[in-house]
Design a protein around this ligand. Structure first.
Ligand code: SF4
Length: 350
């Protein structure tokens, strides 16, 4: 793979760009072999490929993987038969969509007549590539609820809705929500009514209360701090839906420890639980993103106590509203102004 490689993104580029499809299994096997040889399986806290890459560096990791891959290819082992790829692809064919006009009179009428429905459409419904259809995101983030939780009754209800209105297809997202991938626009209000009847019509997808939180200290033996109660407090602080829409797109991700199951490092606002002499603290990062401009968030300063952290989030939001221009998103404001205004307002008041 040669020298002069950059950091992690170069590995992704190389694998995606140059491994022939039929060699994918062999390449993955090579990665696993290198990890098995050098990874820290002796230490539960360090048994991760990312730890190995961090310790030996991307270039050395790449060199080792390429050497293993070359051996596997020489042995002619682990070819991925293209017929197998075709067989698996057949499972992922799109359903038989109807030929529909893209505009739906039923939908337009319902949006005008029902403000709550209009709010839900605005935040939870996304454009579908097929005319007359839409993608429905079901929020599992009711105000004050546990992010990603769903009762058995709700699961039954959603399964029924998927069966009737979305070709029996339901997806779970990494953002701890559910997605109905193919709903006819003219059925959106009926789907909304059913979701609402089961407490599943929270109109907050992509907004400040649509947080990702790992299980944290309530359930996880590796945690330094609690994640779920903190997410609940933040949700309650920003409960007002009009205010949420006024704040706009803002992703808060919380992890209870550095293992980062809540992807705090790529949250617009990231919160990481840290342990200081047996006391739970929260380190805040800003400017992380998992979009096309992927970025790791910047640490804003000293960590906050449990009592301080929700106020700190409020201060960050207020600072953003104060400096944003022309309704730009939080992340765009951060990219424009940097960390200093946030640092100043946070450590002036905390
Ligand atoms: S990030 Fe959260 S779920 Fe993951 S290991 Fe740490 S505390 Fe546990």
């Amino acid at each position: 793979m040669g020298g002069g490689l950059g950091r992690t993104p170069m590995i992704g580029k190389k694998i995606a760009g140059f491994v022939p499809k039929e060699d994918l299994l062999a390449y993955l096997e090579a990665v696993m072999r290198v990890y098995n040889m050098y990874g820290r399986r002796d230490n539960i806290y360090k048994a991760r490929i990312k730890i190995l890459v961090h310790e030996i560096g991307v270039e050395e990791m790449t060199r080792q993987v390429e050497a293993e891959f070359a051996e596997l290819r020489k042995a002619g082992a682990l070819h991925l038969p293209l017929e197998e790829v075709a067989r698996i692809e057949a499972y992922f064919q799109p359903p038989s969509h109807e030929n529909l006009p893209d505009d739906s009179a039923e939908l337009n009428k319902a949006v005008l007549a029902d403000r709550d429905f209009a709010n839900w459409v605005k935040s939870n419904v996304a454009q579908h590539k097929v005319p007359g259809y839409a993608i429905v995101n079901i929020s599992l983030k009711p105000i004050g609820g546990v992010p990603g939780d769903c009762t058995s009754d709700q699961m039954d209800a959603v399964a029924g809705i998927a069966e009737k209105y979305s070709f029996d297809e339901l997806r779970v997202t990494h953002e701890q929500n559910l997605t109905l991938a193919h709903v006819r626009k003219k059925d959106l209000h009926a789907v909304y009514d059913l979701l609402k009847a089961h407490g599943l019509a929270t109109p907050n997808i992509g907004l400040i209360t649509d947080q990702i939180a790992c299980p944290g200290l309530d359930y996880c033996a590796l945690a330094n701090a609690r994640s779920i109660p903190l997410a609940q407090q933040i949700s309650e602080r920003f409960a007002d839906i009009e205010r949420q829409h006024e704040i706009g797109e803002l992703k808060i991700n919380t992890s209870g420890c550095i293992n980062a199951c809540g992807h705090h490092h790529v949250g617009h606002i990231g919160i990481l639980g840290v342990d200081k002499k047996g006391v739970e603290y929260y380190q805040v990062t800003l400017g992380g993103a998992a979009d096309e401009k992927t970025a790791i968030g910047d640490i804003v300063g000293r960590a906050f106590t449990e009592d301080e952290v929700v106020d700190a989030i409020e201060t960050i939001v207020t600072t953003y509203i104060g400096v944003r221009q022309n309704g730009e998103r939080f992340i765009d404001t951060y990219r424009r102004v940097g960390i200093d205004p946030f640092k100043e307002s946070l450590y002036e008041t905390h």
